[in-house]
Write a protein that binds this ligand. Structure first.
Ligand code: DAH
Length: 340
């Protein structure tokens, strides 16, 4: 019997160690201390032993019983503590008094948002949105736009030349030529896109910026169409019914006459800091498409006429949202970007 008791003792320790739940522990308790458990059986067998053996085996069984009882009790306490700790750990994640960490949510970039607004406006007015390449040839960027090699207007364009003779487009006007030659007439397109100029940066100039170009060519297109279109789109863009436009003469080689269009300040009636107290804001370059341009695209200027209109997309957004530095558009400053 000594050996059996020794073996049971080892089994008891192993079983207690392995019991990691109260159910498992209860199974150990029943196996050893239950009515038909190991200890009850040992007691049965004890009865059969001689008096002398009883004296030595009896205390061993008792010791095993004691070990089983204290072992189960201890383990039960351990498990209770572990349960409490686990519960506390869980509650740590559901602490309703804890302050919630601010989630960073994404938003559309000011460029995306402004260009989408403009596209929606022009699509609703019947224009197609088209794109042209950012790397252009001299022909599309200058020549076909009535700016020949010796033309002084080239100097204003501070061009980034590429070693193979091509250039980074200095405006979106070359898309006029590409669309006219590819699509012919009648034509109504809006071309937004990146443009580049090799100039020093300050709050209102950047070496890379965005322009939008509008071109409408058909029979009998007039300055009235141009002014009405400008007013309609600016009202929609600045979301106001109270916006007038005024035309001033301007010079751009690819239009004749060239016209600069100002909008009445959408933010004031008398004068504010945005319109520099004049009540007017310069926004658009425009004019009637020059006959040379139409001809260079294979279109007869005796039959067709058109207007072209160009603007800085940052300039429009800066006026609309009160942004005072063009460099913020590319600055990747999250505090600036998350406002939109
Ligand atoms: N391309 C001109 C610039 O970058 C802007 C412009 C002026 C576009 C008059 C036009 C226009 O379409 O008619 O300065």
């Amino acid at each position: 019997m000594h050996d059996i008791i020794k073996k049971l003792e080892q089994e008891l320790h192993a079983a207690l160690q392995q019991a990691t739940s109260s159910d498992a522990l209860e199974a150990v308790r029943i196996a050893f201390l239950g009515r038909n458990g190991h200890i009850a059986k040992l007691m049965q067998q004890l009865k059969e032993l001689s008096l002398e053996d009883k004296r030595t085996v009896g205390p061993e069984i008792n010791r095993l019983k004691q070990e089983a009882e204290t072992g189960c009790l201890q383990k039960s306490e351990e498990l209770t503590h572990a349960n409490i700790r686990a519960e506390q750990e869980k509650q740590r994640f559901f602490d309703v008094t804890a302050s919630v960490r601010k989630e960073l949510t994404g938003s559309l970039h000011i460029y995306t948002r402004t260009i989408e607004d403009l596209e929606n406006i022009f699509i609703s007015m019947g224009y197609d949105v088209v794109e042209g390449p950012e790397i252009e040839t001299d022909f599309y960027n200058f020549e076909a736009l009535n700016i020949p090699a010796d033309h002084p207007a080239r100097e204003e364009h501070d061009t980034f030349w590429i070693s193979d003779g091509r250039l980074l487009r200095t405006h979106t006007s070359p898309v006029q030529i590409r669309a006219l030659t590819q699509r012919g007439t009648p034509l109504a397109i809006f071309a937004p896109g990146r443009t580049f100029r090799h100039e020093a940066t300050d709050a209102s100039h950047d070496f890379m910026f965005m322009q939008g170009e509008l071109l409408y060519v058909d029979k009998q297109v007039s300055i009235s169409n141009l002014l009405a279109t400008a007013q309609t789109f600016l009202k929609a863009f600045f979301q106001t019914d109270h916006l007038n436009v005024r035309a001033r003469p301007g010079y751009f080689p690819f239009v004749e006459p060239g016209i600069e269009i100002d909008a009445s300040c959408p933010f004031c009636t008398g004068g504010c800091s945005i319109c520099k107290r004049t009540g007017w804001i310069e926004l658009l370059g425009s004019g009637l498409v020059h006959p040379h341009v139409l001809r260079s695209c294979g279109i007869d200027p005796e039959i067709y006429s058109g207007f072209a209109l160009g603007f800085g997309i940052e300039r429009l957004a800066m006026v609309k949202y009160g942004i005072n530095d063009i460099r913020l558009f590319h600055g990747n400053n999250i505090e600036f970007l998350e406002q939109f």
